[in-house]
Design a binder for this molecule. Structure first.
Ligand code: GLA
Length: 374
């Protein structure tokens, strides 16, 4: 039987939070921590998965274009991938036996679940000799993830699949477009895990989906305020009304108004970050993004706020929460010469001197998911 190893990295988002499902841009990078699946092809349509993570039970399913969700099972991300590929292929697909291992912290805003989905998809593709162009794969993977019930955007899957080693990416949506972005020369990116778990399939999912709905409702209010009709995303409003602020000001005070203000200004910050000519400018925009995420989008936590404060006070150029929020990680950018001081301050003031490599680390911009035949 043919054997493969598939790899899918996590991602950290530098700027552009909760813009993706509004079809507005993001700027993530793939990190040098990843999920690996050792894959052995099977002759039938079954998938059996083991996981080396402690306390994780084996899981299995039959590939079809209608695979039942199993409540609270980590294997749902593999089911999501398999169902999507089965529909795409329009013919019976073969399964595999797989062992999943990971050095990517889970439920921490580094997209371990999307990495598992992408890795599982690559496993199915490898054993069935399916080859798909990257952007088409990223679109398929983003759609596939809706299987688990999150009305997510397409940032994570695209970053995991399309990233180029040494670069961050600016991602535009609908149509999906990836532009590699060189980070400033003399900075490093630090990730600090707040240790507050933000399970994508748990309570954070409800809060996440509430914001997706809030943006939709807010868009309707904006359209009324401006007396225009436009497409179904905040992006469409922004294109129709580039000077959107007066219309935000006309909205009734409340979540919808705050959510729309965050998303539209965050999109401007991504464009500014893409055009930024210095590390200071990029850092400044990251800081503004955190304030907007915290005050308007209301997705920060006291723990994330503390990490951000300590990082800035110890010399970071920029620090902000990253990913969906409600816990998870912060991303910090610092000059290489300031990195030891920032790490030291975070270790002492946030982790009580006990930070390990798994919770506080620097990341290298890495390449996207790939397969090796053994
Ligand atoms: C999660 C989702 C992404 C994106 C971020 C917030 O990671 O999976 O699609 O919406 O939250 O920017």
């Amino acid at each position: 039987m043919r054997k493969f190893r598939v790899y899918a990295p996590g991602r950290v988002n530098l700027i552009g939070e909760h813009t993706d499902y509004n079809m507005l841009p993001v700027m993530p990078l793939a990190v040098d921590k990843r999920i690996t699946i050792e894959v052995e092809a099977r002759d039938d349509n079954k998938v059996r998965l083991a996981n080396t993570a402690v306390g994780t039970a084996d899981t299995s399913f039959v590939i079809s274009d209608n695979i039942p969700v199993v409540q609270r099972d980590w294997g749902n991300y593999a089911r999501a991938a398999s169902q999507a590929l089965s529909k795409w292929a329009g013919k019976p697909l073969k399964g595999f036996n797989g062992t999943v291992s990971s050095n990517l912290p889970s439920a921490s805003g580094l997209s371990s679940s999307s990495a598992l989905l992408v890795a599982s998809a690559l496993a199915v593709m490898a054993v069935n000799d399916i080859h798909m162009e990257g952007l088409a794969f990223a679109d398929l993977a983003a759609d596939a993830e809706r299987y688990v019930g999150t009305k997510g955007g397409g940032m994570d899957q695209c970053a995991i699949i399309m990233s180029r080693e040494g670069y961050a990416s600016k991602i535009d949506f609908d149509p999906l477009k990836v532009t590699p972005v060189r980070l400033p020369e003399d900075v490093d990116i630090i990730v600090a895990n707040s240790m507050v778990k933000a399970e994508k399939s748990g309570a954070a999912k409800r809060e996440y989906n509430r914001r997706v709905e809030g943006c939709r409702k807010g868009l309707d209010m904006l359209k009324k305020a401006a007396g225009i009709d436009c497409g179904p995303y905040l992006r469409d409003f922004k294109v129709a009304v580039p000077d959107y602020m007066p219309y935000i000001a006309k909205m009734p005070v409340g979540d919808e108004r705050d959510f729309c203000e965050h998303v539209l200004t965050e999109a401007d910050r991504v464009e500014a970050a893409f055009a930024a000519s210095s590390a200071e400018e990029l850092g400044y925009l990251m800081n503004l993004s955190h304030e907007s995420c915290a005050n308007l989008y209301k997705i920060s936590t006291p723990e994330l706020d503390k990490i951000v404060r300590v990082a800035r006070e110890s010399g970071a150029l920029g620090a902000r929460l990253t990913g969906a929020g409600f816990g998870g990680c912060a991303v910090v950018m610092a000059r290489k010469s300031d990195v030891p001081g920032v790490l030291d301050a975070l270790n002492k003031e946030y982790y009580g001197g006990n930070a390990t490599e798994n919770v506080l680390f620097t990341v290298r911009p890495s390449g996207g998911a790939h397969v090796k035949e053994e």
